[in-house]
Design a protein around this ligand. Structure first.
Ligand SMILES: [Zn+2]
Length: 301
């Protein structure tokens, strides 16, 4: 069974400038349903993650101020969204969605969250549209409950997974791998377990070659019980911020490399969407939908 976590967009209207980036979260499941890739049965709506679960990763002061809508204007500017109860509620559900995806992946091989990949969130601060770090929360959940002893984060969003790198800097149970634009946001990089920084203008051949040269060795060395895959589509040549040159087909080949390796090594994989900022929403939605299609195909679901 292909399981897909979908946290509904909060009802309150977003301010101008925030509507467009949120559109994909509704368009992706709609497109997959329209094309008959999935049915309603594949989609589930996650509950909010509990406070206990959140506090295994995030500082109590940061979380309580977020929950009580008391983050400062300065903190919210770094995050980039206006703070609201609905925003926090959605973020907390997304985090539980990623935990649920990890558990479903252990059962079915793969599961995907139509959101998440909030890799710029640190223990005690958020930035770059990320409040809470869903991969870190889910990894800590599995480790705490004895459901995994070694975790691998494969972060292929074009932006470095700085929050995840910092959170797990001294934790050998979680290997953080980030392949990203070296000269892109965040301009101060944290140190992941392994970083591959790409030059501006890197094309698909070079990108896929590097991934093929790197990921199999990481998987063999780390021997993870589970992989969290951040499948950001801001690697596309059409992306406003990405500065790389991948076509939609090359982005799909990237997903195939990751899923085929997971399948081959019998490692469950939980997926979160991450970024995607092509001016035409069709490019964003097509590239993200390919991730779901490839997952379904590779795992025979
Ligand atoms: Zn990104």
């Amino acid at each position: 069974m292909l399981k897909i976590a979908y946290a509904p967009i909060y009802a309150h209207p977003l301010p101008e400038g925030h509507r467009f980036p949120m559109a994909k979260y509704e368009l992706i499941p709609a497109q997959l349903l329209y094309e008959g890739v999935i049915t309603e049965e594949n989609i589930f709506s996650p509950q909010p993650a509990t406070e206990e679960t959140i506090l295994r990763t995030h500082d109590a002061d940061y979380w309580h101020r977020m929950k009580n809508l008391q983050l400062t204007d300065r903190e919210m500017r770094a995050i980039g969204f206006p703070l609201s109860a609905e925003l926090v509620e959605r973020e907390v559900r997304i985090c539980q969605g990623t935990i649920d995806c990890a558990l479903y992946a252990q059962q079915y091989g793969v599961a995907l969250n139509v959101a998440g990949g909030t890799h710029h969130a640190f223990k005690d601060k958020g930035e770059g549209f990320c409040l809470l770090n869903d991969f870190a929360i889910a990894a800590n959940y599995l480790l705490h409950h004895g459901l995994a002893t070694q975790v691998l984060l494969v972060d292929l969003d074009v932006h470095q997974g700085n929050g995840s790198a910092a959170i797990f800097k001294d934790d050998l149970r979680v290997f953080t791998f980030s392949m990203h634009g070296q000269h892109n946001y965040p301009f101060h990089k944290e140190q992941s377990s392994l970083d591959v920084g790409l030059k501006d203008g890197t094309d698909g051949d070079t990108y896929l070659g590097l991934l093929n040269d790197t990921l199999p060795g990481i998987i063999s060395d780390v021997k993870p019980d589970i992989i969290f895959y951040l499948s950001g589509v801001d690697v596309l040549a059409t992306d406003k911020f990405g500065k790389l040159k991948l076509t939609i087909d090359e982005c799909k080949q990237r997903d195939e490399i990751v899923f085929n390796l997971c399948r081959q090594h019998h490692i469950p994989v939980a997926v979160a969407m991450g970024g995607g900022y092509s001016p035409e929403v069709k490019h964003i939605v097509d590239a993200h939908c390919n991730t779901f299609k490839v997952a379904k195909e590779v795992f025979g679901l």
